[in-house]
Design a protein around this ligand. Sequence first.
Ligand SMILES: Nc1ncnc2c1ncn2[C@@H]1O[C@H](COP(=O)(O)OP(=O)(O)OP(=O)(O)O)[C@@H](O)[C@H]1O
Ligand SMILES: [Mg+2]
Length: 370
Amino acid sequence: MRLLVVDDEPSVRKLLKRFLESRGFEVDVADNGVLGWQAARDAQPDLIVSDVAMPEMDGYELVRTIRRNPSTAAIPVILLSAMREADRVVAGYESGADDYLAKPVDMEVLRHKIDALLRRAQVTAPTAAPGLAKLICVTSAKGGVGTSTIAANIAVLLCRRNETVCAFDLNIEHGDLPIFFDLQPKMGIGELAREINTLGENIPWDDFLVRHPSGPRVLAAPFKPHDASVVTEEVVTNVITRLRVLHDYLVVDLPPSYNDTALSIYEAAERLVVVTSPELTALRRTREFLGVLAGLGVPDERVVLVLNRVFEVSGIDASRVEAFLRRPVNISIPHGGTGFLEAVSMGRPAVLNGNNSGAVSALDELARAL
Ligand SMILES: Nc1ncnc2c1ncn2[C@@H]1O[C@H](COP(=O)(O)OP(=O)(O)OP(=O)(O)O)[C@@H](O)[C@H]1O
Ligand SMILES: [Mg+2]
């Protein structure tokens, strides 16, 4: 197990490092909150022990930053501080820390707290069963906010990490995911649904999945809206189970819906990328949708909230959105300008176009969090 100790006091760092290494942990150290944040993001430790009062970025801000970023949000954090006043302790928990210990610290107590938090983190980690694809559901509460754009781009980015990826278009009535890749599949989930019972275990996947040169394989939605009726929840669940055996990642593009298929995917997905945009109508529906997810028992840490197509001038910035939705925005994707429109008309996801715009780096950050 790898720990990160963040403290500006060299003697404390040394003492904690020596003690924790003697108890079998690997220990990295950082001298302040800013370096602590960089180490947390890059090294992905299993747990962080941090001082509160530090130059540059204090412990509270460090925990808030860790919690805001989906790639670090689930890492347990223990704050240590000489400040024992109740309001300081409360501020520690409010920032998102899992525990707060007063200095001087009893080393054995600290070790036991670390063990307890690591045990709990292992039980609750939302990981896919070994050998099965991680199911990433990209969805939204309102159409047109960029769900398919984001699904297509993260599928490409995940392939760049040498993962095998299938992108499944679950926009059953108006699927358009193949267009984002300039692909013209001859068969998709509509044909598969009709044949799945007779095919049994021997599905010729290459007939139903088309591969984009950048890596992802795509399973298309029915080509005609009236074929949607054959794609039942049972078929979708069956197909998802089979596709998960064949890939590292299964990215589903799911339109706004509360039908049985959607509800079972919300429950099964390891990550729910909820896309919204800085417009009041989208935000109101997103608030309602987040409430439904909470009601279904979907843990908060599985939800990655993405604010897409952010305009400088719209007057609704991430902090106002966070106040309205009462939760952090994990990733803000700036408006990508005409490049994004061209990406659709060319059938070439924006991340393949070689420009390093803010929107492309935000998509990159999103893929790293999955
Ligand atoms: N960050 C962005 N910057 C600029 N344009 C964007 C951005 N994200 C998406 N778009 C554009 O918005 C439009 C709608 O995107 P997209 O089709 O991905 O949305 P959707 O949520 O899948 O819509 P639908 O509900 O029709 O399935 C597209 O033209 C796309 O290029
Ligand atoms: Mg779409």
